[in-house]
Design a binder for this molecule. Structure first.
Ligand code: PHE
Length: 318
């Protein structure tokens, strides 16, 4: 038995231990061999030898189990002590997003008007014909509706072609004076270097007694110079919109040429009437311009497609 105890104690791995154990208790092991001889012994001898062999078997079994636990726990300790984890090492930073230039300039535009006391109005991108066209004084079947290359939605609605729909929504049933802006997405059937079928506009509306074209001009000049710098040159070009009278297009001097920035005018009396506002007493101005276009002017970006390819490498440059 001392032999077995020593051999088990010296087994240096779980594998070696299994072999030592089998040397005693396996099919060909020495204890098994003793037990096999029992059949040929006399009754008394058989009881004595059987008992001794069984005792030996139990003790060897117990030593082997204890040694196995000790070996396994030593293995685990070694594994843990060899595993090096430094929780103070800096981790891998996940790539961060970046605010899109359109979002950046939109926030700047909103902040400018917030300082002038303008509220912010919201409008839906799927709009009724009334809010997008008829309420804004577009006659039925007037080519102006086609000029805007409208996307029609089944059921008679349209994808709004401009943010001017918010004029009707926000002015209807509202008592002047008020002023608000409304940024958002608009849709037109158009695609080239400077046009994309979905783009962003911002609308501004100011209604009060004694509002004049001079107020419109002053506001727009302050806005342009805030966005593009004090030396910005801007001009008004006479134009037609059904919902303003008089109307103008606004150009910004950009790289030695004039670039169209947006449209503006004094709100047409019929539009005020459509919203339940008395045009004899109140006047207002409105203007609207492309937000993406504004970012292109601001950062000299040649192609609007760059804005919509979703590549963060583009956004990260602004
Ligand atoms: N809605 C016009 C456009 O999209 C711009 C505009 C807004 C013109 C407000 C006049 C007044 O072209």
């Amino acid at each position: 038995m001392a032999l077995a105890e020593t051999a088990i104690g010296e087994a240096s791995s779980v594998q070696a231990l299994a072999e030592v154990r089998a040397g005693f208790l396996g099919k060909k092991g020495s204890v098994s061999a003793v037990l096999r001889t029992i059949g040929g012994l006399s009754g008394e001898e058989r009881a004595a030898v059987g008992q001794a062999a069984n005792q030996a078997k139990e003790r060897i079994e117990a030593w082997a189990a204890a040694r196995k636990r000790a070996l396994e726990s030593a293995d685990r300790d070694r594994e843990i002590s060899e595993y090096k984890l430094d929780v103070t090492l800096p981790g891998h930073a996940p790539p961060r997003g970046h605010l899109h230039p359109t979002s950046q300039i939109e926030r700047e535009m909103c902040a400018f008007f917030a300082e002038l006391g303008y509220g912010i109005e919201d409008g839906p991108e799927v709009e009724t014909d009334w809010n997008n066209f008829s309420g804004l004084n577009f006659p039925e079947d007037h080519p102006a509706r086609d000029l805007q290359d409208t996307f029609f939605v089944p059921g008679g609605n349209v994808l709004r072609t401009h943010t001017s729909n918010v004029q009707i929504r926000a002015m209807t049933g509202r008592k002047p004076p008020f002023r608000f802006i409304s940024p958002g997405r608009v849709y037109r059937h158009d695609l080239d270097g400077t046009h994309y079928p979905m783009f962003h506009q911002i609308e501004a509306v100011c209604v009060d007694e004694h509002v004049t074209f001079a107020d419109l001009k002053g506001t727009l000049f302050a806005f342009a110079r805030h966005l593009f710098g004090e030396s910005t040159e801007m001009r008004f070009r006479a134009h037609f919109f059904p919902f303003t009278e008089p109307s103008a297009e606004i150009d910004i001097s950009w790289g030695g040429r004039w670039l169209e920035w947006g449209g503006c005018g004094m709100i047409h009396p019929q539009v005020l009437l459509n919203c339940g506002i008395d045009p004899e007493r109140y006047q207002g101005f409105a203007f609207g311009m492309g937000i993406d276009r504004t970012a292109m002017i601001r950062w000299d970006i040649p192609n609007i497609q760059l804005f919509f390819d979703g590549d963060v490498r583009t956004a990260e440059q602004f």
